[in-house]
Write a protein that binds this ligand. Structure first.
Ligand SMILES: *[C@@H]1O[C@H](CO)[C@@H](O)[C@H](O)[C@H]1NC(C)=O
Ligand SMILES: *[C@@H]1O[C@H](CO)[C@@H](O)[C@H](O)[C@H]1NC(C)=O
Ligand SMILES: *[C@@H]1O[C@H](CO)[C@@H](O)[C@H](O)[C@H]1NC(C)=O
Ligand SMILES: *[C@@H]1O[C@H](CO)[C@@H](O)[C@H](O)[C@H]1NC(C)=O
Ligand SMILES: *[C@@H]1O[C@H](CO)[C@@H](O)[C@H](O)[C@H]1NC(C)=O
Ligand SMILES: *[C@@H]1O[C@H](CO)[C@@H](O)[C@H](O)[C@H]1NC(C)=O
Ligand SMILES: *[C@@H]1O[C@H](CO)[C@@H](O)[C@H](O)[C@H]1NC(C)=O
Length: 566
């Protein structure tokens, strides 16, 4: 009897120990993710799994978008800027300002064979060098049979060149579409586990990190609990390291290049030689009559007749939303003010400006932090660290009670040097924790780091940010929240195109506009239209002439009306 009882209690203890072990194991496994096909050999960082593009997707004969007339599969014959033609349908000997013309583009391939299907990405620009005037649109009226129509409006007098650019042949878009979501990814990140042992020795291990589950590996799960944004790193293989030791991460362009290049055939890569090239057979310059001095007066009068800049005006944004004359952006949306340095300080007086987003948003920070010393002074940062790092920045102006800060957006930003993972915060979490009042201003620009992911990911992030802005408006209805779209950029090589093509950027731009279209409480800076029309070279960080217009647009939302003279 007593023996039985002691056996029973022993059993109970064993059971208890077992149960608590199971609980501990479950807790561990919620961080570590042993998949069903859990592999005990941890492949080293350099030997990550890669899914090759399948034969079917590389075989162009199977593509519903391929033109039937093309001699497919042996030779891809992409649309050519040399043989395609553009003409003005309703050309006259002379035109007037505000006339609308139709331009017809006829696509031909590199063998000078007329194309019978659409899908090419063309852009039309009107340009007068003498006055640095320009106007531009992406061509969206694709007739589907190799013909395209663009409606253009003449906005200034003079000799106006018609520049039609083939941004990408449809064949390139086919490739870009296919590789949008690759395994494991076109941008991949290197995470570093780091731990100092009691002996004082450092141990570390580098692994891959991605904003999605990395297949066939045991993982550490760093998904944001609040937002559910996925972030995983391959678990460390050294048993002295654990998930908690993940400290640093960096973009790994070399590995990203490897995965991207393997997904594209040599022949497909050749298509990307034809990129942002002007069509050779373009219409002759248009003669737009009119007295330029009288026109100048009328255009300023027109600007002054527009409503001052307020949130919600993007809901009825004309397309394109303006044009340049003498590199000054004339918006058709609202009355842009032209701020002097004194105006800027006056406008920012007693304000806190919170800037969130990518390095183009950071340009706004530096514009204020660099050019208004000593009235605005930035916290110390070595010059050489300004570009690569994504750390938070702040600047203050005691005299005018100005504060400006900048925070880079969360994963998947692309730091070029190892940064501490603590630096990374999601904008939604930032906005939800932000103390704001009617004098606070918020600027958000996120886009260009999403070109290597499915569009849905970007759409979701932007919807979440919008909803966080709406929650913020519940706390402080008067706080100005401004979104800025992404801009055009330069391309150093074909890989750059495969990662960051403007076609990808346009899809993000359209998605952002869609997300914001029911939000009259938000303001919008149309950086896309302002950079496709710009008269300087495309640059991922728009140059000063364009930046100053973007800043004027931002300030015009903060201070729409000039203070009345005393
Ligand atoms: C190959 O790729 C195509 C297009 O991406 C896809 O529809 C198809 O399911 C893939 N086939 C295999 C066997 O994976
Ligand atoms: C490509 O697909 C076509 C049609 O499905 C087929 O006839 C052809 O053999 C394939 N080519 C290659 C190289 O697999
Ligand atoms: C293309 O389609 C449009 C509209 O259907 C038609 O007017 C035009 O003639 C067609 N162009 C060619 C080259 O077939
Ligand atoms: C990865 O796992 C999948 C099943 O989820 C399996 O089909 C595939 O063969 C594995 N790949 C490698 C390289 O182990
Ligand atoms: C990762 O963690 C998040 C948040 O804790 C959880 O919702 C998600 O299911 C986890 N993912 C996996 C694949 O276990
Ligand atoms: C062009 O149209 C604008 C807006 O309707 C108007 O203000 C302007 O005076 C017009 N310019 C000329 C030269 O007709
Ligand atoms: C200083 O600026 C903040 C906004 O950053 C504002 O809330 C505060 O009222 C200002 N102080 C004064 C004295 O106006």
């Amino acid at each position: 009897m007593s023996c039985q009882r002691s056996t029973l209690s022993l059993l109970r203890i064993v059971l208890l120990v077992f149960i608590s072990m199971v609980i501990v194991l479950i807790e561990i496994s919620s961080k570590w993710l042993p998949h069903r096909n859990f592999k005990h050999d941890h492949p080293t960082y350099k030997k990550m799994v890669f899914t090759k593009p399948n034969e079917t997707s590389l075989n162009w004969s199977n593509d519903p978008f391929t033109c039937l007339s093309q001699s497919i599969s042996t030779n891809i014959a992409p649309t050519s800027n040399v043989f395609s033609t553009a003409e003005v349908i309703n050309a006259k000997a002379s035109h007037k300002v505000n006339d609308t013309l139709q331009i017809r583009i006829t696509a031909r391939d590199v063998n000078n064979v007329i194309k019978t299907c659409g899908g090419d990405y063309f852009r039309v620009k009107l340009y007068t060098a003498e006055t640095q005037s320009s106007w531009s649109i992406d061509v969206t009226n694709d007739l589907g049979n190799g013909s395209y129509i663009a409606d253009v409006t003449l906005r200034w007098p003079g000799k106006v060149a018609v520049i039609v650019t083939l941004v990408h042949p449809s064949e390139a878009l086919r490739v870009l579409r296919r590789i949008r979501d690759l395994e494991p990814g076109r941008t991949v990140f290197k995470g570093r586990y780091l731990r100092t042992l009691d002996s004082g020795m450092d141990i570390s291990e580098d692994v891959m990190c991605l904003p999605k589950v990395i297949r066939n590996h045991s993982l550490c799960n760093f998904t944001d609990e609040r937002l559910g944004y996925p972030w995983f790193c391959v678990a460390p293989s050294k048993n002295t390291l654990s998930c908690d030791d993940w400290k640093l991460y960096v973009n790994d362009p070399k590995l990203g290049e490897k995965y991207t290049m393997r997904a594209v055939s040599k022949e497909e890569l050749n298509i990307f030689k034809i990129h942002k090239l002007p069509i050779k057979h373009h219409p002759p310059p248009l003669n737009v009559v009119g007295d330029s001095n009288r026109w100048k007066k009328s255009v300023f009068a027109y600007q002054d007749s527009l409503p001052s800049c307020r949130p919600g005006q993007h809901l009825h944004n004309p397309s394109p939303s303006g044009f340049y004359s003498n590199n000054i952006w004339f918006s058709d949306q609202c009355k842009l003010r032209r701020f002097t340095k004194t105006d800027v300080l006056q406008c920012l007086q007693n304000r806190a400006v919170h800037i969130f987003g990518d390095s183009t948003a950071r340009q706004f920070f530096w514009e204020f932090a660099d050019n208004y010393k000593p009235n605005i002074v930035a916290g110390k940062i070595p010059i050489d660290l300004r570009k690569g790092l994504v750390r938070p920045l702040y600047a203050k102006g005691a005299k005018f009670n100005i504060s400006i800060d900048f925070k880079f957006h969360g994963f998947p930003n692309r730091p070029s040097d190892f940064i501490s993972k603590e630096t990374i915060t999601y904008i939604v979490n930032e906005l939800d924790g932000l103390k704001v009042d009617s004098r606070s201003v918020i600027l958000i620009c996120v886009g260009t780091h999403y070109t290597t992911y499915p569009l849905e990911m970007y759409e979701k992030r932007m919807r979440d940010i919008k909803e966080a802005a709406q929650r913020l408006h519940k706390r402080s209805p008067q706080t100005l929240v401004v979104f800025k779209s992404s801009n055009t950029r330069e391309y150093n090589n074909r890989l750059h195109q495969l990662h960051n093509s403007e076609w990808y950027i346009v899809t993000l731009d359209l998605a952002l506009r869609e997300v914001l279209k029911d939000s009259p409480e938000l303001a919008f800076i149309d950086a896309w239209d302002m950079t496709i029309a710009q008269n300087s070279k495309d640059s991922v960080h728009p140059r000063q002439a364009v930046l100053s217009n973007l800043i004027n647009n931002f300030l015009s939302y903060i201070c729409p009306d000039a203070p009345s003279p005393l």
